[in-house]
Write a protein that binds this ligand. Structure first.
Ligand SMILES: [Zn+2]
Length: 436
């Protein structure tokens, strides 16, 4: 999508109709093919950490000790046809009620990355139901202010109080910092991906003085990202982006990176290089035109194979996926000083039984890459082994990434070339492991 060639600009509506064609043909692929990447809490998971719940699209609930933040909560899931033909759209009260059953009663704030309907449409209602404040860009807050007061206050117990409601808007721009309860929120600049060459509904001022009615009225405005500090951990979240606006050079524990469109996939390696996350969670890649009750299905324009390949190549980051409404507690970082008991030799657990099926190479190469990452985390860092460790991580990830590409090869020649690279990288991994 990016590059020196000229991208033809086509109107958003035509692009959406084209997308409708894609969707009709696309067979929904769910998380079933990636069960090894899907994480969630079990009965034995510690309850003391930061809990992340995926709400679909780019929506999340972050919880810590009875406090919660919501980011881009969106349950209505307006269908693609309504968006493509420009019908009137509105929040789906019953779907919002269903979604909110998964939320904690105490929400400290709702953060919204930009004004598109799949990020902002439901926020005013959730805001009034949870009696919380909205932190968003000026253009997003302008949109919400244009809604009739009754439509955003009707669910507040007792008489609607529009003035009290108005106090709960917090307009932010990049560089702002907010401290709310245990949360420290840094607001960062972000960019929005292009859909077929153009940012959808790319305006900074509302189209009219009246309330937003159609998808195109929910304008993008200034896209924002957030760096959230909580419990000594750092979580970066955006809703996508381009290579022109990368995340900050700040190590984080969890990077939630929007992955709906080719622009955000193109910037993924550079974003991972800058954030160096312990965990990377590709976001906004489900088909958000389908109701949540249909379960997670990848969107028609996503390319998870490529996302997986780029994440495997990034050293030190573990790729994860979350299913709708299944909370996961972000593990605490292990202090390297306390990680290796004295006299204990680090071990590389490859778990490769000879009886393994020959066709499960994707799983086996992935486990190999994961085992190597676990292994190198146990090693003491010295000047002499730093380069070897980097090489080992890169080569082991490359084995898995190239196998994924071989498996999806379009021709026999392409397949053979990829498999040869797998072989070469496997040999390089063995070499780097020996010299440590
Ligand atoms: Zn958007």
């Amino acid at each position: 999508m990016r590059g020196t060639h000229t991208v033809k600009i086509i109107p958003v509506k035509r692009a959406l109709l084209l997308l409708l064609g894609f969707s009709a043909q696309a067979f929904g692929t769910g998380l079933g093919s990636y069960t090894e990447l899907v994480v969630s809490d079990s009965a034995t998971s510690p309850r003391s950490g930061v809990r992340v719940t995926y709400l679909g699209t780019n929506g999340y609930q972050l919880e810590f000790k009875g406090h919660a933040l919501l980011i881009d909560p969106y349950f209505s899931r307006v269908d693609l046809l309504s968006v493509a033909v420009g019908s009137r759209i509105q929040p789906d009260i019953s779907r919002i009620a269903d979604g909110m059953r998964h939320l904690t009663p105490r929400v400290d704030a709702i953060l919204v990355t930009h004004g598109h309907f799949d990020h902002l449409l439901d926020a005013p209602i959730i805001m009034s139901k949870t009696h919380t404040c909205l932190i968003a860009s000026r253009s997003s807050i302008d949109l919400v202010r244009q809604l009739p007061a009754r439509s955003v206050t009707h669910s507040i117990a007792g008489a609607p109080d529009a003035s009290a409601f108005a106090k709960r808007f917090d307009t932010v721009t990049a560089g702002d910092v907010r401290r709310i309860g245990p949360w420290k929120i840094r607001v960062l600049a972000a960019a929005h991906d292009r859909l077929f060459g153009k940012v959808p509904f790319d305006r900074h001022e509302p189209r009219s003085a009246g309330p937003p009615q159609r998808a195109s009225d929910w304008i993008c405005g200034e896209p924002l990202a957030f760096l959230i500090e909580i419990n000594g951990q750092r979580i970066y979240i955006d809703s996508g982006g381009t290579s022109a606006q990368l995340p900050p050079n700040d190590r984080v524990d969890l990077a939630i990176l929007g992955m709906a469109l080719p622009d955000s996939r193109a910037r993924l390696p550079a974003a991972l290089e800058r954030l160096q996350p312990r965990y990377v969670l590709p976001s906004h890649q489900d088909n958000f035109f389908l109701p949540l009750s249909d379960g997670f299905q990848f969107g028609p324009l996503t390319d998870f194979t490529r996302v997986q390949r780029d994440c495997l190549r990034a050293s030190g980051s573990r790729l994860i996926l979350l299913d709708y409404f299944r909370p996961w507690t972000l593990p605490a970082a292990v202090n390297p000083k306390h990680q290796i008991p004295n006299n204990t030799e680090p071990t590389l657990n490859l778990q490769m039984e000879d009886s393994a099926k020959p066709r499960d190479l994707e799983d086996r190469t992935f486990r190999f890459a994961s085992s190597v990452r676990t292994f190198v985390k146990q090693l003491p860092r010295t000047v002499s082994n730093a380069e070897d460790v980097r090489q080992l991580v890169r080569a082991s990830g490359s084995v898995a990434a190239n196998w994924i590409e071989a498996d999806a090869a379009l021709s026999k020649k392409d397949f053979l070339m990829r498999v040869k690279i797998c072989h070469k990288e496997a040999k390089e991994s063995r070499f780097a492991r020996r010299v440590r």
